[in-house]
Design a binder for this molecule. Structure first.
Ligand code: SAM
Ligand code: SF4
Length: 388
């Protein structure tokens, strides 16, 4: 599907995916789906017209979006088994990846609509040669309060200092095991030493926010909970245990590795009955601190989720598409707008339309008819393409 400026609701933000493709088959007259839900009925309405100054990005359920997560590439220097096959995925053509100025332009427009937090992710954001420029540009954008990075950490030792100098606020390091052999098994590469050196470096540089993301997998790293919790003893980091999600082409999610937050919590409270509940971010469903520890431990039910009501996230894929929900396959193209003389107002309207169409929650999003063959003619096979 090409990406011309031809949406009915926005001059440039063409809907790419489920709702448009299924317009005749998933509504009031669909014999398969029953009567339309409230969400489906109001989904047909475009976002209110743009006012820009003092305007915000909202949806039909009253949620306001102030957090932009940008996948700056779909390439990666690791091959985590739950994310990418050994041979990689169907990577986007280079000329379709958003360029530095395009990313910064989207951030600038979004900031005028109330976005105050930016996260660069991927793929691996540190493989992008302009990552410093991207961080500096976002930091300098009026209205952006904090800029964050989610990284596998392998290239952190080389970049940490300049990222700190560029004004990066937060670093989330994804690390699923502290055992070198398991690391190689999980990522199909070596690199644990570099990741740990990167973690030490960001702590030494006193980044305001440092988190370690651990995807919990039954029979793989569930025996390492104690070791990860131990990281919080001396260092002011948040270790976050995250549920495996069904976004990888090889679906290791279905192979018995899934570990629910409920089970993780049960194990944690058994191991650490003396831990106290503390406040965490909106996705950190339950957060704890152990007595005398500098950091905290959090649990994220990314699959058995019940935090959709608090969602504030807008996702931008590396090939310039807005996703209003991780679990939705519907995407709204921005690339045409950015490359075919679209105005800032056009970009803003696309952001607003995309988020206005956000399903009520992740389950409703999953029930949308599949549009995977229609997503730019490419099936999304990995979180690396959506931006984790
Ligand atoms: N490469 C960077 C990294 O690994 O931190 C950023 C991109 S990665 C796609 C972002 C996050 O998504 C990582 O924390 C990773 O563990 C997580 N992720 C990827 N596939 C996942 C899956 N199937 N289930 C749960 N988390 C996943
Ligand atoms: Fe790369 Fe991150 Fe995916 Fe691992 S999770 S393969 S590091 S993009």
């Amino acid at each position: 599907m090409s990406e011309s400026c031809s949406s009915s609701s926005s001059p440039c933000g063409q809907r790419v995916g489920a709702a448009v493709e299924s317009a005749g088959g998933h509504g009031a007259d669909s014999p398969l789906c029953g009567p339309p839900t409230l969400a489906e009925r109001i989904d047909r309405v475009a976002a209110p017209p743009l006012e820009m100054a003092g305007d915000t990005i909202q949806d039909q359920f009253g949620r306001v979006f102030d957090y932009l997560r940008i996948a700056v590439t779909d390439r990666c220097n690791l091959r985590c088994v739950y994310c990418m096959p050994e041979g990689g995925v169907d990577f986007a053509r280079h000329d379709t990846l958003l360029r530095t100025a395009e990313i910064l332009r989207v951030i600038r427009v979004a900031s005028k609509l109330g976005v105050s937090k930016v996260r660069y992710t991927g793929g691996e954001p540190l493989v992008r040669s302009d990552i410093l420029e991207l961080v500096e540009g976002a930091v300098r954008t009026a209205g952006i309060r904090t800029v964050h990075l989610t990284t596998n950490g392998v290239l952190l030792p080389a970049h940490a200092e300049s990222l700190r100098r560029a004004g990066l606020h937060g670093v989330n390091i994804s690390l699923d095991t502290l055992d070198p052999e398991r690391f190689s098994k999980c990522t199909r590469r070596i690199g644990l030493e570099q990741v740990l050196a990167g973690l030490e470096e960001v702590l030494a540089l006193r980044f305001p926010s440092v988190k370690v993301n651990v995807v919990a997998m039954r029979g793989f790293n569930d025996d390492e909970m104690g070791a990860f919790v131990e990281l919080t003893r001396e260092a002011p980091i948040t270790v976050r245990f995250i549920e495996l999600m069904p976004f990888d082409a090889s679906q290791i999610w279905r192979t018995g590795r899934f570990l629910s937050m409920e089970r993780m919590l049960a194990r944690f409270t058994q191991l650490h009955p003396q831990s106290e509940v503390v406040n965490g971010s909106s996705t950190e469903h339950m957060s704890f601190r152990l007595p005398g520890c500098a950091g905290s431990v959090a649990f994220i039910p990314s699959y058995t989720r019940d935090f959709c009501n608090d969602c504030t996230r807008i996702r931008l894929t590396a090939d310039g598409r807005i996703r209003n929900c991780l679990y939705s396959e519907e995407e709204f193209g921005l690339l045409g707008c950015l490359r075919q003389d679209g105005t800032d107002e056009d970009i803003a309207q696309t952001l607003k339309d995309a988020m206005w169409a956000k399903p009520e929650d992740g389950r409703a999003a999953q029930q949308q008819p599949s549009s995977s063959q229609e997503t730019n003619g490419r099936v999304r096979e990995s979180m690396a393409q959506i931006g984790g």
